[in-house]
Design a protein around this ligand. Sequence first.
Ligand SMILES: *[C@@H]1O[C@H](CO)[C@@H](O)[C@H](O)[C@H]1NC(C)=O
Ligand SMILES: *[C@@H]1O[C@H](CO)[C@@H](O)[C@H](O)[C@H]1NC(C)=O
Ligand SMILES: *[C@@H]1O[C@H](CO)[C@@H](O)[C@H](O)[C@H]1NC(C)=O
Length: 421
Amino acid sequence: MCLSILAVLCFILTSVSSNRVIELNEKFLDIYKRDGANPWLVMFYAPWCHHCKQLEPTYALVAQSIHNEDIGVLVSRVDCTKYTSVATHFSVRGFPTILYIHKNRIVEFLGDRTREDIIDFGKRLTGPPSRPIKNCKDVDNLRKKHQVIVVHFGPNPVWSNFSEVAESLHSSTWFYHSPSSCEKYSDNSIYILKSSSLGQEMDLKYENKSDNSLKEWVYSNKFPHFVKISHANLNQLLRSGKLLVIAIVEEVKSIGRLATQQHVDFKNMVENIAHSFDDQDKFVFCWTSFVDLINSIAMHTISPIPNLIIINSTTLEYFRVDGEPNSQNILNLLKGISDGDINLRPSGGDGYHHRLIRWAYDGYSSLTNMYKGNPILTLLVFGLPMIFLSIILYSSCCSDVFEAREEDDEDEEDSTHNKQD
Ligand SMILES: *[C@@H]1O[C@H](CO)[C@@H](O)[C@H](O)[C@H]1NC(C)=O
Ligand SMILES: *[C@@H]1O[C@H](CO)[C@@H](O)[C@H](O)[C@H]1NC(C)=O
Ligand SMILES: *[C@@H]1O[C@H](CO)[C@@H](O)[C@H](O)[C@H]1NC(C)=O
């Protein structure tokens, strides 16, 4: 078995770099379906692609961890500029794309491109969509291991809708089922169990009512407790139909840490509120350092940072904290919204004129950002055309005046002619 895998590897790989990422070529197309013993994680890249280069060290760590943990997934990559047939075969459109490939099964990785998320993805897909829990004690361990798990408790057999949902969300969410009932949880029920980085736990129980499909429920509640907004989950959050309570903080991207202790404290404060404020049906608590994104939704520059905004994900209307964003004021706002206080009127939205304003604001803010980055270039790029434009406008106005004068002259001439006649 080992030997055959080795033979396969020797056959298809062109070179193994110093890390454990296998470099593939077009022979992969002949091999991946035939030799289906091990699943593949394949990164499709192009040498010129900036995001691919950024992902490289992370991906090398993924390969190392998966090797160390003996998960049995072959971590590899393929240069799509050299082996275009491979990219075409898997209909790869953007770089980098990460696919899980096992025989005929192909699943795209759509999460945040961090080491943990990619490893999680590989591990999850190598097992069945829902894994059995043998002992109720294991539930606590699983909660420690994963931020979010969806669990079906017995003693009734697994509900077919549960299997269906587990299958469809296999790439993003961990599903488990316990054949027996467990003390802490109701019999024959489905829970979403979350744990936070601060060690808090939250349980959500599915109410099996006809108006609430299981799939929608899992879909809009599967976000980790106090989730970080990323490019990967933003669209899902906006489709959750909930109110997004967003802590806006500043992050030093290069080291992946928050800018100052003040930002760390603010984030922790909001996370604690997230835990104590018990209205999970209506709110999702999150945090972000994409200030531009929030400014664009709010259509103005939010300051000071750290700050907090509550966005209605369906309408893009938003609420801001009245006064200083401290815990008392934040709680008051949350309670007000939760109780349906009519004095609280949201701003913004996603109507036709809001889109127009947002469009103008985005244009304006990219211009000012560009000016801050490189004032001379900005002046050249936008200033020169403006000067030309004003000259053209000016001359066209003045030419009107000239024409008008000429006409006057003609009139006069005409009249003089008439006189002469
Ligand atoms: C939900 O309700 C349906 C129909 O009443 C039932 O068949 C199913 O077993 C229930 N599922 C759970 C998990 O309670
Ligand atoms: C269960 O699945 C069936 C068929 O897919 C669907 O019609 C029904 O609405 C689902 N029920 C729930 C509560 O999700
Ligand atoms: C979002 O706004 C709409 C329209 O005002 C409202 O009907 C809906 O309930 C709001 N969503 C939430 C989660 O409050």
